[in-house]
Design a protein around this ligand. Structure first.
Ligand code: SF4
Length: 227
């Protein structure tokens, strides 16, 4: 088991290095508050950035704050995020999640999560309606908290399966756990950069459709390319 883990660790660390040119340095990026990132990630699932980012900004313009969104009706929220997928469902769950947060943290300040062990912080977030593994991990890692947890989205699942790192039925939580076990000492910014590199690959050479393997920096390691 240890030999396999060492092998996997060196693999994914090498892939991270090869993908670095595709992603910006997280230290140069503006980072949202944890609740801001939770809202952004919540409305982003199965939605392109080109629709989710304008929808997030529209929420800010229309309601002003997380408290403003929590006080709005589901119909009002749904109308503002109409361009994302499943806007009515997301609006209902977002309002419910923000309502639960308000009951415990009326100021919506979630910085305390950054002082908790990652599994406990993930569990705190995953109690909230509509908050699964991906949204919880993004709230902790992509926000200004930069906690050491790896965000698994559809690009990550597809690419790590094609690379043979993840099995065909391994789900997001299983892949997140496998990456964290392979890179146990990596800081949050490095895990975020790996996520950004994989996402960039998914938006270019390795999309949902047929991959363009000759363009891919990971082709030398990839069984899909070899096939
Ligand atoms: S080599 Fe091809 S299948 Fe493998 S990760 Fe790169 S683009 Fe995707």
């Amino acid at each position: 088991m240890q030999r396999r883990l060492d092998f996997v660790t060196s693999d994914i660390a090498r892939w991270a290095e090869l993908l670095r040119p595709l992603s910006p340095d997280p230290a140069t990026l503006p980072r949202r508050t944890p609740v801001g990132q939770l809202i952004k990630s919540h409305i982003s699932s199965r939605t392109r950035d080109g629709n989710s980012i304008p929808a997030y900004r529209a929420l800010g313009r229309r309601f002003g704050s997380a408290a403003g969104i929590a006080a709005a009706s589901v119909e009002e929220i749904g109308a503002v995020i109409a361009e994302v997928t499943f806007p009515e469902v997301k609006a209902e769950r977002l309002k419910a999640a923000l309502g639960m947060i308000a009951a415990e943290r009326p100021d919506f300040d979630l910085d305390f999560l950054g002082h908790m062990p990652v599994p406990q912080a993930m569990a705190w977030l995953e109690r909230l309606p509509g908050v699964g593994c991906e949204v919880a991990a993004a709230t902790l890692n992509v926000s200004r908290l930069s906690c050491p947890v790896f965000v698994v989205d559809t690009h990550t699942i597809r690419i790590l399966r094609r690379l043979g790192f993840a099995g065909p039925t391994q789900d997001a939580r299983g892949i997140m756990t496998a990456v964290m076990e392979a890179l146990p000492d990596w800081p949050g910014d490095e895990l975020f950069r790996l996520h950004l590199g994989i996402k960039a690959l998914g938006q270019t050479a390795c999309p949902h459709g047929p991959p363009d393997c000759p363009r891919c920096p990971l082709a030398g390691d990839c069984p899909t390319a070899a096939a």
